[in-house]
Design a protein around this ligand. Structure first.
Ligand code: SAH
Ligand code: F3S
Length: 487
């Protein structure tokens, strides 16, 4: 078992397993406890689930002992993620012994991967629901109420939950996630996502705009457009991305791609900060970068996973670009948006990875000097192409040693990047109190770097110009100068 490490987690580690609660409706008699693991999309999905169940008579609770229904939204991306969930199920089992009427449901990627096998493997589980089946929850809950187990792991061609008004749970009231695509068609050979989240489909831009406008009305100041591969966004009236060929001429002529969507959102709310995640190098086009440059409210930050710096490994991973093409993209980004921050995802110890390949990864990092990084040791996932066709042949100690090396290099680069901000005045959106000091605010600049500064008279949700005086490899420290013109 590999213990993954990363300089910065995709999700704050402290958020993993966090429970969600929303304003309670007094007419609701039953209590739902929901815990989420994994990527931001899962956290966003839990908000959809809570919204669907609020209409079914469930209020959320943060106290496991009060719960009538316990749901755990799971992640399958690495083996460790699945083991964490198994441990939580043991805990739920212990509670269930004293509360036999409590029901337990598993949602998300692990539910999709294991399907009804879950019910055999984990006897305490009553319900297994895949990521495209949440609208069926009312029926499934009726089944388990009547004493039967319930499973729905059907993947959909068109489900985007565009019509479910999501509730914002445990939110800071400032930044929110808006999902724009579901599924992934890329079939990277190491990755389980295409199997657990199905084929790629895009959400109606109209429903995205409505959600963004509604968030602005509610006082939110920043949104992140979410998808496994946002640059591949393509709306042509509904349906799978892969079926675009079969669309009518009219549908093709009126289709909206990612650059088009970004522009629509940027124009709809010119004071709202707009972020997006994740970009796939093979699908990121110049028009996206140009749109970012054109609108001040689109943040100058791109999460651009590369996974490896070796052409041979990129090919074996079925990443559909070369190292050279990646450099060309990086050069274009820096040319069009000189102050754009870029972050990576990297995997060490993919099958057959040699020292030479690893050195290619280090030299690629040296070229880009990423602002942040999320780095992992390869974890073989059942059912993926790599698992079926390749032996997991890199010993754990070598995977870990290489991981340590790339993490150390990333730390050097992160520090190099934070130093570039010293002495500058940058706009920061205040998200909340700094974790380390109650007298300081914490927020982010456009480049997504965390900035802390003394609170003075400013408040959460304010846009403030901050002079950057000091830095660590992860944080900028400064002082507020004035409200920014965006305020
Ligand atoms: N496109 C997605 C990627 C999802 S997985 C997104 O929206 O971020 C996030 C990261 O986990 C990947 O970029 C990859 O670096 C890592 N990862 C995926 N499968 C993995 C595996 N089998 N072993 C180790 N890391 C993995
Ligand atoms: Fe996974 Fe590659 Fe898609 S990492 S989510 S198959 S872009």
């Amino acid at each position: 078992m590999t213990e993954e490490k990363s300089v910065e987690k995709i999700i704050d580690e402290s958020q993993q397993g966090s429970t969600l609660s929303l304003e309670n409706n007094n007419n609701n008699g039953r209590k739902l406890y929901i815990e989420s693991y994994g990527c931001q999309m899962n956290f966003s999905d839990s908000e959809i689930v809570a919204s669907i169940l609020a209409k079914e008579g469930f209020n959320t609770t943060q106290n496991l002992d009060d719960a009538d229904l316990v749901l755990v939204n799971t992640c399958s991306i690495r083996e460790k993620a699945e083991q964490t969930v198994r441990k939580r199920l043991e805990k739920f089992n212990a509670v269930k012994r004293t509360k036999p009427n409590m029901k337990v449901g598993v949602l998300g990627c692990m539910a999709e991967r294991l399907k009804s096998k879950f019910l055999e493997e984990e006897k305490i589980v009553d319900m297994v629901v895949g990521p495209d089946a949440y609208k069926d929850l009312p029926n499934l809950i009726q089944e388990i109420d009547e004493g039967r187990n319930a499973v729905n792991v059907i993947l959909s061609k068109d489900e985007t939950y565009g019509d479910v008004a999501p509730v914002r749970l445990n939110s800071n009231g400032v930044s929110a996630f808006v999902s724009i695509t579901r599924g992934c068609d890329n079939m990277c050979t190491f990755c389980v996502v295409p199997f657990t989240r199905g084929r790629e489909r895009s959400r109606d831009p109209q429903s995205i705009l409505e959600e963004v406008n509604d968030l602005w009305e509610k006082g939110f100041k920043e949104i992140t457009l979410l998808g496994q591969n946002v640059d591949s966004y393509l709306w042509y009236g509904g349906g799978l991305k892969k079926d675009f060929d079969k669309a009518t001429d009219m549908q093709k002529a009126t289709s909206v791609n990612f650059a088009g969507l970004l522009e629509l959102v940027a124009q709809a709310q010119p004071k709202m900060r707009i972020r997006f995640s994740t970009s796939n190098p093979q699908d990121m086009t110049l028009d996206v970068i140009e749109t970012m440059a054109k609108y001040e409210n689109i943040c100058k930050y791109i999460h651009l996973p590369v996974q490896s710096g070796s052409n041979r490994i990129l090919k074996a991973m079925n990443r559909l670009h070369t190292r050279e093409e990646y450099f060309e993209l990086i050069d274009n980004i820096k040319k069009i948006i000189p102050d754009c921050a870029i972050s990576q995802d990297m995997i060490t110890g993919f099958p057959t990875e040699t020292e030479e390949d690893h050195k290619d990864t280090l030299s690629l990092m040296e070229y880009v000097k990423y602002d942040f990084g999320f780095m992992f040791a390869y974890s073989e996932r059942p059912g993926t192409l790599a698992e079926r066709k390749m032996e997991d042949d890199i010993p754990e100690d070598i995977k870990k040693r290489r991981l340590t090396e790339i993490i150390e290099l990333q730390q050097t680069h992160s520090h190099y990047r934070t130093q570039q901000h010293l002495g500058k005045i940058e706009e920061v959106l205040i998200e909340g109190t700094s974790k380390k000091s109650v007298t300081h605010w914490m927020g982010r600049n456009s480049q997504n770097t965390v900035v802390v500064f003394p609170k003075e008279h400013y408040k959460v949700g304010d846009f403030v110009n901050v002079k950057i005086n000091e830095c660590t490899s992860a944080t900028l420290i400064g002082e507020a100068i004035e409200y920014s013109k965006n305020n």
